[in-house]
Design a protein around this ligand. Structure first.
Ligand code: ATP
Length: 345
């Protein structure tokens, strides 16, 4: 084999290899609907989003969970190209938020925390206005409006003015509007805030259907921890602009222990009892929550009678004690260390 042939074979192999690498990279990037890298936004002295990084697979439902002011909206607004980051980068469906805003905007649907419908118009008119703004071709417009009305269960109410819609119907119309352009990624900012329990659950099922049936990737910002637990494949807990931890709801629960004992004292100072329990080797973490002492345990093998006996021997009477699996709220308390805002869920 001459040097020339050998050289050309090596080059072919190199080309093949780099093609394969490029293809593999393309495939792995392709599977990521959202890539966020070091995204930061500073307002004056305040770092509202602080070096945020996470990735969301195509078809995944990802939750950003945090209290009011944690930085969720700021993050979503940057991803929606409506707010410039101070530093960092992100891409949606392969389009950079920094230099391909049109690409990003063509890939996303967004539902804002605050209602943004024209309540003097009918549902259909609201959708028609939006469809025109997005230059949806006339011949597809009516068909697509009918489709999203159907999807949102609002066909019957299409010609009613939005002022006469219930809160839940208005939220569903907003989601329907965001779906007009068939987005691959849906950004939902507190989509159920202010809704009653029943309507909220109905909304959850609607979002789940869009995600599971229609294959839409969902990025949900919420302070309702149950909402994220129900809807999300993975959750990132955000506090003071920083992502504290990311994992599946189950893995997050597993990460803080195997069980939780909640007990209420009948007498004796809570601090003294806390000190007593804190010393036990199988207590991972102890916290006070709403008058209860909550012990996160590294074992499922718990005898509540033994705990009550130990308390009694040390001069504490227990008025209530129960054993349960860790919840996502326990996870939040564990990582963020303060009570999650209580809501009537
Ligand atoms: P909420 O659900 O209450 O909106 P959040 O987690 O979405 O909470 P952000 O709205 O992102 O939080 O706000 C994060 C922090 O940034 C807050 O302290 C907020 O006051 C501040 N902030 C947001 N926007 C601005 C702005 N345009 N100028 C100054 N500060 C801002």
């Amino acid at each position: 084999m001459t040097n020339r042939i050998l050289h050309s074979r090596i080059q072919e192999t190199d080309n093949l290899e780099s093609n394969r690498q490029r293809e593999a990279k393309f495939m792995s990037d392709k599977e990521k609907a959202i890539i966020v890298h070091g995204l930061t936004r500073i307002f004056g002295e305040l770092v509202a989003a602080d070096n945020i990084s996470f990735e969301v697979e195509e078809g995944e439902s990802f939750g950003l969970v945090g209290a009011n002011g944690a930085g969720k909206t700021t993050t979503l607004m940057m991803l929606a190209t409506m707010l410039n980051p101070t530093s960092g980068s992100a891409s949606i469906c392969g389009c950079s938020i920094l230099n391909n805003r049109d690409g990003v905007r063509n890939s996303i649907g967004i539902v804002f925390e605050k209602m943004s419908l024209d309540i003097q118009l009918t549902g259909r008119e609201n959708l028609d206005f939006h469809a025109r703004m997005y230059h949806l071709p006339k011949k597809f417009r009516q068909k697509r409006i009918d489709e999203v009305l159907e999807l949102a269960g609002l066909k019957d109410k299409a010609d009613t003015i939005v002022k006469d819609y219930s809160g839940g119907m208005q939220r569903r119309l907003e989601i329907a509007r965001s779906m007009l352009t068939r987005p691959r990624v849906l950004l939902l900012d507190e989509p159920t805030v202010g809704l009653d329990v029943q309507t909220r659950r109905f909304m959850w099922d609607h979002v789940k259907e869009l995600n599971r049936q229609q294959g839409v990737t969902v990025l949900l910002a919420t302070h309702y921890i149950e909402e994220a637990d129900y809807l999300c494949d993975r959750i990132g807990i955000i506090d003071k602009g920083q992502i504290i931890t990311i994992d599946t709801p189950q893995a997050l629960k597993d990460s803080i222990g195997k069980s939780v004992v909640s007990l209420k004292l009948h007498n004796g100072p809570q601090e003294d009892a806390a000190r007593l329990f804190e010393r036990l080797p199988w207590v991972n973490k102890l916290r006070k929550n709403d008058g209860f002492l909550e012990l996160s345990l590294g074992t499922e093998d718990v005898n509540l009678a033994d705990i009550a006996k130990l308390a009694q021997e040390n001069g504490f009477a227990i008025s209530s004690i129960r054993l349960r699996k860790p919840s996502l709220e326990d996870v939040y308390l564990h990582y963020v260390g303060k009570q999650f805002e209580k809501e009537d869920i």
